[in-house]
Design a protein around this ligand. Structure first.
Ligand SMILES: NC(=O)c1ccc[n+]([C@@H]2O[C@H](COP(=O)([O-])OP(=O)(O)OC[C@H]3O[C@@H](n4cnc5c(N)ncnc54)[C@H](O)[C@@H]3O)[C@@H](O)[C@H]2O)c1
Length: 398
């Protein structure tokens, strides 16, 4: 009778430990740990009682030894499972939807910075798996310890801390803005409706174009609060602007600080008044004419790369900009950067996603900063907002 009881007991405990090792879900693991802990206590109590009662003959001794070995083995497995669990709860999980140029390069930057485990998901079979494995195989050389998964199944993305959405077609010659909105709205709707319910606490970072409109759609489809859906555009636009300023002034890019606002690319509003080099106004280094030329080049920065590449669009700088935002969220850095945020009255704008200075941290957009704009800057912002509004209206009409 006693032997049967112990055999059942070991089998049940083994089963639980195996489940613990297989499932990487916070709540499930926590429940398993509690149950196993309880089992462990009961097990050791039974073992003590049993040991006291057991007769001292040879046969019983053998059994006792066997049980002790089994107990020791289980204990080691529980400890290993515990460490694996600890690893999972300590390392954030980042899902990247779209394993194209921007998505896979973002995965590369994330791995290099060891920001967290990566799930790369795409609609095309083999692409995320191949790119994920390729990146993972770079880990012994580059020395990053991460789990990198390539998949076509959203189940693998469950419990992500950040979801980056890069799935979408770029605008092709002859394609109208509305055509692009339609194509990418279908893709975005599909991806967000599958990814968001599985990661209800994630911060969503939108990257696909038209950026402000897709961010608006992502908020609608996910039902997430406004602070947890944010778009990447301003970090890239300001990086381009900062690069050209550093080149012109002959200084380090690290010392060029700039803030800009507005829609992505052609609609951006650079705030030269808020641009400094090492804390010194940029106008002390660069003439107004040259500064205007730089602003113009930064506005058309995306097109400049497209013209050079002939096929495809920029991806190194866009993905680096996105990963700066991922890092700000995961490490709660509270970066003051331009992002597409949902506005409710700020700058006189409502119910649109628009590029504004924000504080980006663990809570996503923790604050929208309202700068004291002069009449000229405000007029530029309003003009840019008209373009973004018309895109958003086109989306609503679909
Ligand atoms: N916001 C920015 O600053 C910025 C900068 C550059 C590019 N972009 C935009 O980012 C997007 C991606 O650019 P890219 O160069 O990586 O394009 P890409 O074509 O290389 O990659 C897009 C990927 O999305 C995948 N995809 C399409 N439909 C999908 C779906 N329903 N589910 C999952 N995956 C799907 C495709 O298979 C492809 O692998 C484009 O919309 C582009 O305009 C934005």
């Amino acid at each position: 009778m006693r032997v049967d009881f112990f055999q059942c007991f070991f089998a049940a405990t083994r089963f639980l430990v195996e489940r613990l090792q297989a499932v990487n879900n916070f709540v499930t693991n926590l429940m398993h740990i509690l149950v196993i802990g309880l089992y462990g206590c009961v097990l050791s109590l039974c073992f003590r009682l049993f040991s006291q009662k057991i007769e001292q003959d040879e046969e019983k001794h053998k059994k006792q030894k066997k049980y002790r070995r089994e107990l020791l083995h289980l204990e080691q497995r529980i400890i290993r499972a515990f460490y694996k669990y600890k690893e999972y709860i300590m390392r954030p999980k980042i899902t990247i939807v779209g394993a194209g140029f921007v998505g896979s390069t973002a995965a590369h930057w994330i791995a290099a910075k060891e920001l967290g485990d990566i799930v790369l998901i795409d609609i095309v079979e083999g692409i995320p798996q191949g790119k994920g494995l390729d990146l993972l195989e770079a880990s012994p050389i580059e020395g990053f310890d991460l789990h990198i998964t390539g998949t076509n199944e959203y189940a693998e993305t469950a419990n992500s801390d950040v979801i980056v959405v890069t799935s979408g077609a770029p605008r092709k010659p002859g394609m109208s803005r509305e055509d692009l909105i339609k194509i990418n709205a279908n893709i975005t709707g599909d991806c967000i409706s599958k990814a968001a319910p599985l990661s209800p606490n994630a911060v969503i970072i939108m990257v696909n174009n038209p950026l402000d409109t897709m961010a608006y759609l992502a908020k609608q489809v996910s039902g997430f609060p406004k602070n947890r859906v944010v778009g990447q555009a301003g970090v890239l636009d300001s990086a381009r602007y900062r690069t050209f300023i550093a080149q012109e002034a002959g200084v380090s890019v690290e010392d060029v600080q700039a803030m800009l606002m507005g829609g992505h690319g052609d609609e951006m509003v650079p705030l030269t008044r808020f641009t400094t080099i090492g804390g010194i106004p940029v106008t002390e280094f660069i003439s107004p004419e040259r500064l205007n030329a730089i602003v113009d080049r930064a506005r058309k920065g995306g097109g400049e790369i497209v013209n050079l590449l002939k096929t495809g669009s920029a991806y190194y700088a866009p993905s680096a900009a996105t990963v700066q935002m991922v890092e700000a969220v995961l490490r709660d850095k509270k970066r003051v950067i331009p992002c597409a945020a949902y506005l409710e009255g700020e700058y006189g704008l409502s119910d649109i996603y628009f590029g504004v200075p924000v504080v980006l941290g663990a809570g996503g957009v923790e604050k929208v900063l309202e700068l004291p704009l002069n009449a000229d800057e405000l007029a530029q912002v309003q003009k840019s907002a008209e373009v973004v509004k018309s895109s958003t209206e086109a989306l609503k009409a679909m």
